[in-house]
Design a protein around this ligand. Structure first.
Ligand SMILES: [Mg+2]
Length: 307
């Protein structure tokens, strides 16, 4: 395991989440309007009704939920889905900011902790099996840091809130890519990801093929389907295949608007896995409001997983 890439995943996720908040829910045109030179720093954050709830440099629900998983692993010294479900519920009871509608509906069920997979399945069925939001892929990077059974764990943890096979497939793909980069310094080829995707849902492959495009525009990240798990997966993969640096890849994604904190969280984690913590500009690390807490989690998780 590469310790610098390991830390890069957790910090990359948090940084992408915090920077993406600056453009979350904006169209590309609105991004240009509010940030004529593009977003580069947390301090540029335009403060409106939505964003006023956070300080510049703070992350949102995406990284909060990722930390629920990390903290469960640190405590148990292994991944136990029951502990993760307990942490999700505890976090939910603290009235978190920015929680997605689907995740809210699942976590609000009375017997969630006892039967999380059934709760997720029930809410998905009630959506007419339509709901395939990005609320699980957004937190899955940390699963790629585990030293074994990444695919099984990614699927299990996804299904704690999101039952749709598109959610599960996208979470597995992102986790496997993180793992390959951190443990083998390998950028998985698109063909391998297509093979994984086919095991879950036929609708995944077209989004993987879009990743080949020279520009991100093909994904229309700012249209009305902005919270779709396959868009977020593809945005992250696009950045890790095409970018020459952490910063370049993340800024492309964040400045495309849409569900930018979530797209930024996934892209940031993958870019952190590829380029490593030491290649993340220090202003992004130092500007994180909860930098010290994240450093502690990163160190503790690495200790546990080193065995
Ligand atoms: Mg968020």
């Amino acid at each position: 395991m590469d310790a610098d890439k390991f830390k890069g995943v957790l910090f990359g996720q948090a940084i992408g989440d915090a920077l993406g908040l600056c453009t979350e829910f904006m169209t590309k045109g609105e991004v240009r309007h509010w940030y004529p030179d593009g977003v580069k720093n947390y301090s540029q954050m335009m403060v409106d009704y939505h964003r006023a709830r956070w300080q510049p440099g703070d992350w949102t629900d995406d990284t909060d939920m990722m930390l629920c998983i990390a903290e469960a692993v640190i405590k148990d010294k292994e991944l136990n889905p029951q502990s993760v479900a307990q942490n999700f519920k505890k976090w939910f009871l603290g009235c978190p900011k920015g929680i997605g509608r689907h995740t809210y509906n699942v976590l609000s069920l009375g017997d969630y902790v006892e039967n999380p997979h059934q709760a997720a399945e029930l809410v998905w069925q009630m959506s007419g099996r339509q709901s395939a939001a990005n609320g699980a892929v957004m937190r899955t990077s940390v699963i790629g840091l585990l030293n074994e059974e990444v695919e099984k764990h990614a699927a299990d943890i996804c299904r704690l809130t999101h039952a749709d096979p598109r959610c599960v497939g996208s979470a597995v793909i992102v986790s496997q890519m993180v793992h390959a980069l951190v443990y083998r310094n390998e950028l998985l080829p698109l063909e391998k990801l297509i093979e994984i995707g086919r095991q879950y849902d036929d609708r995944i492959e077209p989004y993987l093929l879009m990743v080949r495009s020279e520009t991100l525009n093909v994904l229309n990240l700012d249209d009305e389907a902005m919270g779709y798990t396959l868009k977020t997966m593809a945005a992250g993969l696009w950045s890790v295949y095409h970018a020459g640096s952490f910063e370049e890849g993340l800024l492309e994604v964040v400045n495309a608007g849409g569900d930018a904190d979530t797209n930024g969280a996934v892209a940031g984690s993958l870019l952190g896995a590829r380029f490593g913590y030491s290649n993340i500009p220090t202003r992004y690390v130092d500007g994180l409001v909860r930098k010290d807490a994240l450093t502690r989690v990163s160190d503790a998780l690495q200790d546990v997983l080193k065995g």
